[in-house]
Design a protein around this ligand. Structure first.
Ligand SMILES: [Zn+2]
Length: 453
């Protein structure tokens, strides 16, 4: 009987997989001629795992394995054009079984329960991998992901890559790389959650495409960064929100910026260190705000709020983030910096909205990082935080403006400047400090979320 699958004509396959003396009759309705068949064999006695790469079109499927122990065999049917696992099946061959038994294995749609690539258990050490998301300089719409693996001596280095997308689809392929920096082998969508796993393997035979697993990475979970054009779309949402919020107001839509200010508990190590050394050192940005923001955990800075109290036109008398407050008039920080729009978010229904701006010294590490990733704003013409030569620095009333200043603050020299204030806030509310990991964006708000992918 002939089936069709995604327009492809499919003939049911019934073929013998030879593993040493053992034979497994593999039956599948959904394999097509061009498909790959990847067999993972786990030898329980030896605690060894091997992968074998076959083709549906091969004359015979023959694995060279020691079959004296108990073998857990998982078979994956994989589309060769995109490496997606479409069918899978699992069978255990016990040591005591009769060698003449022909086992039957029906391959079913890849359900990812017992046969998920991410459930493969290893009795070996796992290694840490550092992930870098790079922007292609030739095409700013796409980025590449690189994995930095621990140094191994062999060359070329063979790896098996496994990918799981947020919709549950799984992918597997083997690759050889000359260096320990290996690039992701799939074009990943931006703003999307993925799981990734890398096996470092040794090619046991080039003739039969057998790979012995040497070590495995931990399961890597990450969200791909939003592109610069997506951040521009987010900027448009923020701009729309600002215009809507202030459309009925007869009064001014902005207020002056008397200070850029930041609050922190006085006993916080960064404040104690700053008091001791005279330098308030920047530190790595947390995950606060949009999950796909490219600045999360990537650049160093110090957050300052630019939004004063609308009534008093001064920083609020209370603080959610600790009792120590540093207040710097904007003219001591803002001139000669690049301003990038990074985020627009809220943290719960009916709660205030925030716009995150990144302030960088032109040419700094942070500036070089932000330039291909974030839209740049003009200090004279943007409507969130701007400078008007007649009335000075102004900030919108529509939402809170937070600035990530990406340089250290020299407190000693700053204290000599007019208007710089360090003060004690007695009215500390809430937890009195930020959460170390940050609070994620409220993903169901229609005002500040781009359409889901
Ligand atoms: Zn929102």
């Amino acid at each position: 009987m002939t089936h069709f699958f995604n327009g492809l004509q499919i003939r049911p396959i019934s073929k013998i997989l030879h593993i040493g003396q053992r034979e497994i009759n593999i039956i599948s309705k959904f394999l097509v001629t061009g498909d790959l068949v990847i067999v993972s064999v786990y030898n329980k006695n030896k605690e060894e795992r091997t992968f074998h790469f076959l083709h549906v079109s091969d004359d015979q499927w023959k694995l060279i394995e020691d079959t004296s122990g108990t073998l857990c065999v998982t078979v994956y049917g994989v589309r060769s054009e995109n490496y997606q696992v479409v069918v899978s099946g699992q069978i255990t061959l016990h040591h005591k079984d009769d060698n003449d038994t022909i086992y039957m294995l029906s391959m079913n749609n890849h359900t990812q329960r017992t046969t998920s690539l991410f459930h493969i258990q290893m009795e070996i050490d796992d290694f840490d991998v550092e992930i870098r998301q790079n922007v292609q300089t030739t095409n700013l719409q796409t980025s590449t992901i690189e994995f930095h693996c621990p140094v191994t001596r062999e060359s070329p280095k063979s790896y098996i890559h496994m990918l799981k997308s947020d919709d549950g689809c799984e992918y597997i392929r083997e690759m050889k790389h000359e260096s320990d920096t290996i690039s992701c082998q799939w074009n990943l969508q931006s703003r999307y959650k993925y799981q990734y796993k890398i096996f470092h393997v040794k090619e046991a035979s080039t003739v039969i495409h057998k790979y012995m697993v040497k070590s495995a990475s931990k399961c890597l979970s990450f969200v791909t960064h939003a592109t610069k054009s997506e951040i521009s779309e987010l900027f448009n949402l923020a701009e729309k929100f600002r215009a809507k919020r202030l459309s009925n107001r007869r009064t001014t839509k902005t207020i002056p910026v008397p200070y850029l200010y930041r609050n922190k508990p006085r006993n916080h190590e960064t404040i104690q260190e700053a008091q001791r050394t005279g330098i308030m050192a920047k530190y790595i940005k947390d995950n606060n705000g949009d999950q796909s923001s490219s600045i999360n955990n990537q650049i160093h800075g110090l957050f300052f709020s630019a939004s004063a109290c609308k009534r008093t036109k001064m920083p609020p008398e209370f603080s959610y983030f600790g009792d120590y407050r540093l207040m710097i008039p904007p003219q001591h920080l803002l001139p000669n910096l690049n301003i990038y729009f990074a985020d627009f978010y809220c943290q719960a229904p009916k709660r205030p909205h925030y716009v995150t701006l990144v302030l960088t010294k032109p040419g700094s590490v942070e500036d070089v990082y932000c330039s291909p990733r974030l839209p740049k704003l003009n200090i004279h013409s943007n409507k969130f935080l701007y400078y008007d030569p007649h009335i000075g620095y102004r900030v919108t009333k529509a939402c809170h403006i937070e600035c990530l200043y990406t340089e250290d603050i020299n407190l000693t020299s700053m204290r000599e400047k007019i208007g710089v204030v360090e003060t004690n806030i007695t009215n500390v509310r809430g937890r009195g400090q930020s959460r170390p990991e940050g609070i994620p964006k409220y993903e169901h708000c229609e005002d500040c979320n781009l359409p889901k992918k």
